[in-house]
Design a protein around this ligand. Structure first.
Ligand SMILES: CCCCCCCCCCCCCCCCCCCCCCCCCC(=O)SCCNC(=O)CCNC(=O)[C@H](O)C(C)(C)COP(=O)(O)OP(=O)(O)OC[C@H]1O[C@@H](n2cnc3c(N)ncnc32)[C@H](O)[C@@H]1OP(=O)(O)O
Ligand SMILES: Cc1cc2nc3c(=O)[nH]c(=O)nc-3n(C[C@H](O)[C@H](O)[C@H](O)COP(=O)(O)OP(=O)(O)OC[C@H]3O[C@@H](n4cnc5c(N)ncnc54)[C@H](O)[C@@H]3O)c2cc1C
Length: 672
């Protein structure tokens, strides 16, 4: 059977020649990336969105004001729901809905952003059956718009310091929600500013003067008909952000606002009418909506990096600049080794982040179904894994996207490239759902506990089984037959294990000298977050390995293995200092890794376009002139620039108002 190579009439010949070189079928590679069912659904829904003009951007969002963006995406999201049954096979499938949304709406936000990502997951995990009936069904049916209001002006990370109060009033069987200070104002919740009419609000539960820590409460914030804030509620937009400006992130304050007792989400923790409090089965079960977003973010961040890689690689095959051999003509910029070294490792990361995203979603689903039965054993593992992945993946994604942007030269800096907006959205991920450094320290906590168990000969969980294995003193990289990469993966394991034990020993030594546990932790915090990063990077490399092993088709496995081996080499070089510290690697082995990496760049080069085609991002989804599938970049850049609002007239008023008088005055002065 001929291989599918994504060639279409009217394509730029340069790209067609590139596509013909592929060693694999792009649709089969797409199936490896997304799963075959989702890959098919994505393809079909993109075609349907193409035909439905009501779902198309009315103009490029780059040329819109914030209010126009909000209005445009509200229009599209409503149209999207109106046509959803004709477009997707299963509207309750989050993945399918997410892809519909990224095709039709893009990534700048819309009024239902947090509704689907946090509000509904919070209700699913924390509302009891009666409450689900009351709010989850209407929320799924779009009868209300919800947000998740946890962060305050004064505190986002340290949830124990949240100040919003929910004081139980036994006499009326109500909670009184109150914002005692300006720092207690809720700050940041997505779609809160102008769109939502309900919020899951985190507030300190106070019964008879005693605080039970923060819990989640359902609060209606706006009238369902007039959309005006309810009495005792102040709400508004927090202003423009780096990106994500079609989302109205908001502020929210309460002045002794009363809600019924049954508005506390009571699946796990409960308060009865006598004010008797029942503890949840796990102290952090109320954090489940955060864990949900952390788990979905991994794959989505991979998609963002995949989008930027697609844009930069396609453009690098259209752009010619300079000669490699004098007189032989200008070359495609992707033929430069430096360009390949800049882009292919990002492409490999995008792949592995998407694979890891799938694994972590499966674990989340398992934990969620366990939680339904009151079983919480795997919650700590999930928290540790998502905390590490969330931090490492967002950090590497935005660093990688910046490489993609720079690899496009000047045109990468233009919004026409599409990279600035997705970079701006992705970089928010380093902060939201737990600031990266803080989340790495959460994982480090787990790792230090794992060390203690290891010393007793036990494992804390599957993720840290490797701590029980003995340390090798020297790496076998370059000492085994060419093409064997087991020692590379072993090096990731070695580096992570060594750093984890090293910092654990250092903590013990400090405490043995009489330092408190907390101060010792502070003294070693940078080393601790390094341990968490190295553990996560080992997890990612091992995940890539598992994926390559699982692929049946020989051609796909070979192309994926090239990316995997590049990933191993590139990431090892990026953290080689850890392997040199204990002479685990020698200088000749580092040279071996480098040379192998350069070899792999050349091997991957002919497959580059098909490896990005395999993401199957539609042009509508990419929203990039540089990344167009057909490669017709220059004529479309010119067309795009002409759309700029500044080109509506040859002379704009500011010229007559400011510059002309200044120049006239200057001329007059020079004539005197
Ligand atoms: C139309 C529609 C289309 C529809 C489509 C629909 C489809 C939709 C599909 C989905 C689409 C998705 C799209 C996404 C991408 C889109 C782009 C943009 C979107 C932007 C959205 C942005 C949303 C962003 C939202 C937000 O940002 S919302 C706010 C997030 N805020 C934070 O994340 C605060 C961080 N801070 C903390 O999480 C805590 O503060 C703290 C540090 C843990 C300490 O917590 P503390 O309570 O102090 O506990 P410790 O004392 O440290 O620990 C004590 C003990 O508890 C343990 N433990 C702590 N935790 C946990 C935990 N979880 N679980 C288990 N254990 C835990 C710890 O291991 C320790 O164990 P031990 O060692 O004792 O054994
Ligand atoms: C785009 C976007 C969307 C958001 N959406 C929502 C939403 O829908 N709902 C919601 O409730 N919130 C939302 N947030 C808020 C977000 O969750 C918080 O901003 C985030 O959790 C970080 O908290 P912070 O702002 O308090 O940062 P801070 O904690 O003030 O971080 C500042 C610095 O202090 C350091 N730091 C803080 N604590 C520690 C510590 N213990 N140890 C070491 N270092 C520390 C951090 O590492 C960081 O370097 C959103 C934020 C963004 C950017």
């Amino acid at each position: 059977m001929p291989l599918n190579k994504e060639i279409q009439p009217g394509d730029n010949d340069e790209l067609t020649r590139e596509r013909l070189q592929a060693t694999f079928d792009t649709q089969q590679m797409a199936a490896a990336l997304w799963g075959s069912d989702l890959a098919r659904k994505r393809r079909e829904l993109a075609k349907k969105v193409d035909k439905l003009t009501v779902l198309h951007d009315s103009k490029d969002m780059s040329f819109m004001t914030r209010e126009e963006k909000l209005s445009e995406n509200a229009r599209k999201v409503v149209q999207m729901f109106a046509h959803v049954a004709d477009i997707v096979e299963d509207p309750s499938d989050d993945a399918e809905m997410f892809h519909l949304s990224s095709n039709a709406i893009g990534h700048e936000g819309h009024p239902f952003g947090v509704h689907f990502v946090m509000f509904i997951p919070a209700l699913k995990a924390q509302a009891d059956d009666e409450q689900r009936e009351k709010w989850l069904m209407p929320a799924l049916g779009l009868q209300l718009i919800g947000t998740y209001a946890q962060t305050e002006l004064g505190h986002g990370t340290n949830l124990r310091a949240l100040e919003t109060m929910a004081t139980f009033d036994k006499a009326t069987d109500e909670f009184v929600i109150h914002t005692p200070t300006v720092t207690a104002l809720k700050w940041w919740p997505g779609s809160l500013g102008k769109s939502s009419n309900h919020a899951v609000v985190s507030a300190n539960l106070i019964i008879d003067g005693k605080s039970y820590g923060h819990h989640n409460f359902m609060v209606q914030i706006r009238d369902e008909n007039t959309h005006k804030p309810l009495k005792g509620i102040t709400v508004g937009d927090i202003g423009p952000k780096m990106a994500y400006n079609a989302s109205d992130n908001g502020f929210l304050g309460f002045d002794h606002h009363r809600i019924p007792r049954r508005n506390m989400l009571m699946r796990h923790a409960k308060v009865d009418k006598n004010g008797v409090y029942t503890k949840p089965p796990h102290a952090k079960i109320g954090y489940s909506a955060m864990v949900h977003v952390r788990s979905v973010m991994i794959g989505h961040q991979g998609m963002f990096l995949g989008s930027a890689s697609t844009i930069a690689i396609r453009y690098s095959l259209v752009r010619r600049q300079g000669e490699i051999k004098e007189g032989s003509g200008e070359v495609k910029i992707l033929d430069y080794q430096t360009q390949q070294h800049r882009l292919f490792p990002q492409l490999a990361r995008a792949y592995v982040f998407m694979f890891a995203g799938k694994e972590v979603r499966e674990l989340y689903q398992k934990v969620l179904s366990d939680m339904e039965k009151g079983e919480t054993t795997l919650l700590a593992d999930l928290h540790a894994l998502t905390s590490g992945l969330k931090s490492v993946v967002t950090h590497l994604c935005v660093a990688g996207m910046e490489q993609c942007r720079m690899a496009c030269g000047g045109h990468g800096y233009s919004r026409a490239s599409g990279i600035p907006e997705i970079w701006g959205v992705a970089v928010g991920g380093c902060t939201y759902e737990g600031e990266n450094m803080v989340m790495l320290l959460q994982l480090a906590r787990y790792l230090m506990k794992a060390v203690k168990e290891t010393k007793k000969g036990k494992s804390l969980g599957r993720l840290v089984d490797y701590l029980l294995l003995p340390q090798d003193r020297h790496s076998l990289i370059g000492r085994v037959p060419q093409g064997e990469y087991g020692p590379h993966l072993a090096a990731f394991e070695h580096i992570a294990r060594r750093q984890i034990f090293k910092v654990a020993d250092e903590l013990t030594k400090l405490q043995d000298k009489g330092m408190s546990k907390e101060i010792a932790w502070q003294k070693k915090a940078v080393e601790l977050q390094r341990a968490a990063r190295l553990h996560t990077r080992f997890y990612l490399a091992a995940c890539f390995h598992r994926k390559v092993q699982s692929v049946v088709d020989g051609r796909i496995r070979e192309a994926l293995a090239d990316l995997y081996h590049l990933h191993l080499n590139y990431e090892l070089l990026d953290m080689v200092n850890y392997a040199l510290e204990d002479a685990y690697l020698k200088a000749d082995q580092v040279d071996f890794i480098r040379e192998d990496m350069y070899r792999l760049l050349e091997t991957i080069r002919p497959n580059a376009i098909s490896l990005v085609d395999a993401f199957e991002f539609s042009d509508r989804e990419l929203r990039s002139v540089l990344g167009r599938r057909d490669g017709h970049v220059y004529e479309n850049l010119y067309k795009w620039a002409k759309e700029s609002e500044l080109n509506r007239a040859d002379v704009l008023p500011y010229f007559d108002k400011y510059l002309k008088p200044m120049m006239l005055a200057a001329r007059q002065r020079s004539n005197i």
